[in-house]
Design a protein around this ligand. Structure first.
Ligand SMILES: NC(=O)c1ccc[n+]([C@@H]2O[C@H](COP(=O)([O-])OP(=O)(O)OC[C@H]3O[C@@H](n4cnc5c(N)ncnc54)[C@H](O)[C@@H]3O)[C@@H](O)[C@H]2O)c1
Length: 304
């Protein structure tokens, strides 16, 4: 039997207040834009205050009257910052509840547990898991207060498969994304028992065209690829990876640090431009899956 897909009526976001984390780029930016265009007020946050300010300004400018879109600086891996984001948005939107929470912020990184740096592993895990956890801790009470809220946690295809393929480990990201999926699925029953008017959905995207490669470097405190030191580039593309790239014909023997920098730029552009699904398409699929009807929960997959 074909899976049942329940589509949210276009106007069901009207007059609501949504929280979007990681709203400065990619899927989060498109979620904010599409929600605002459908009459939903949005409080978006990001590690990068400049990009989320652009999201807020452009989404608000295109929104119907009565909608308010605000941008906030917040690192979701830091609980006091998440709580400050909550306090700011409740004040700026003059609200005592929220209707929708899209816990979307995330980065890639922490590929090898054996050879990678521990700080990178833990930074990736902190954003991708603890960020989702702190947002649930902070915002679930406000969803419960809404009388019909939806929590939408973003996992990944790496919440199904714990690598990027044979020979390509992805340990921190996969561990975090499995945790997000497990937590979200466990909340289904908890909410049914203790807050049946609130629902949870987990998003399991495949490859979506965004700048996540470059943004992930930035979230780890690295500069733009062109400004990275030789040591930083060497760390991102270690010798064993370089050897694999040479074997695959993607890198010449004895590549210079500049050639490696260019390769990082191309890796981000290729990830963004060759994806089968755009950020806007992914956001539409996610919003379609935020079923507002009480009594069930959704798993949302974007096509690979
Ligand atoms: N793009 C894909 O192919 C893909 C696949 C599977 C899952 N995902 C997930 O989708 C979500 C959105 O990713 P995207 O592709 O739109 O990436 P993106 O980089 O375009 O957007 C993510 C945003 O999150 C922000 N961010 C990073 N760390 C943050 C932090 N600590 N606090 C607040 N904001 C932070 C970034 O600055 C960025 O603006 C992520 O959770 C990602 O893991 C993406």
């Amino acid at each position: 039997m074909a899976p049942q897909v329940r589509i949210m009526a276009v106007d069901s976001f009207t007059g609501k207040l949504a929280v979007v984390t990681g709203g400065g780029s990619g899927i989060g930016r498109e979620l904010a834009r599409q929600l605002a265009a459908q009459g939903c007020s949005v409080a978006a946050c990001d590690l990068n205050p400049d990009t989320v300010a652009v999201t807020a300004a452009t989404a608000w400018a295109a929104a119907p009257p009565g909608v308010k879109v605000t941008g906030h600086a917040c690192d979701v891996s830091d609980e006091p910052q998440v709580q400050r984001f909550r306090d700011e948005l409740l004040e700026q939107h003059a609200s005592d509840h929220v209707d929708l929470v899209l816990s979307n912020a995330g980065i890639g990184g922490g590929e090898s547990f054996i050879t990678g740096r521990r700080e990178v592993w833990e930074r990736t895990f902190a954003i991708d898991w603890w960020g989702v956890y702190y947002c649930a801790r902070t915002f679930l009470p406000l969803l419960i207060a809404s009388g019909g809220g939806v929590l939408v946690n973003t996992s990944s295809v790496n919440g199904f498969w714990a690598s990027l393929g044979p020979g390509v480990p992805q340990t921190a990201y996969s561990t975090a994304k499995f945790a997000v999926r497990g937590f979200s699925e466990a909340l289904i029953e908890d909410l049914r028992v203790h807050a049946p008017h609130v629902r949870v959905a987990v998003v399991m995207p495949g490859h979506v065209g965004t700048d996540i490669v470059a943004n992930s470097f930035r979230a780890r405190g690295l500069p733009e690829a062109e400004q990275m030191s030789d040591a930083q580039v060497e760390e991102l593309i270690p010798r064993d990876v370089q050897a694999g790239l040479i074997r695959a014909g993607l890198l010449g023997e004895g590549a210079s640090a500049d050639e490696l920098r260019q390769m990082l730029v191309r890796a981000n552009a290729g990830f963004r431009d060759k994806a089968p699904v755009s950020a806007a398409e992914a956001a539409t699929i996610i919003l379609d899956g935020c079923d507002p009807e009480p009594g069930g929960s959704s798993s949302v997959r974007t096509p690979r």
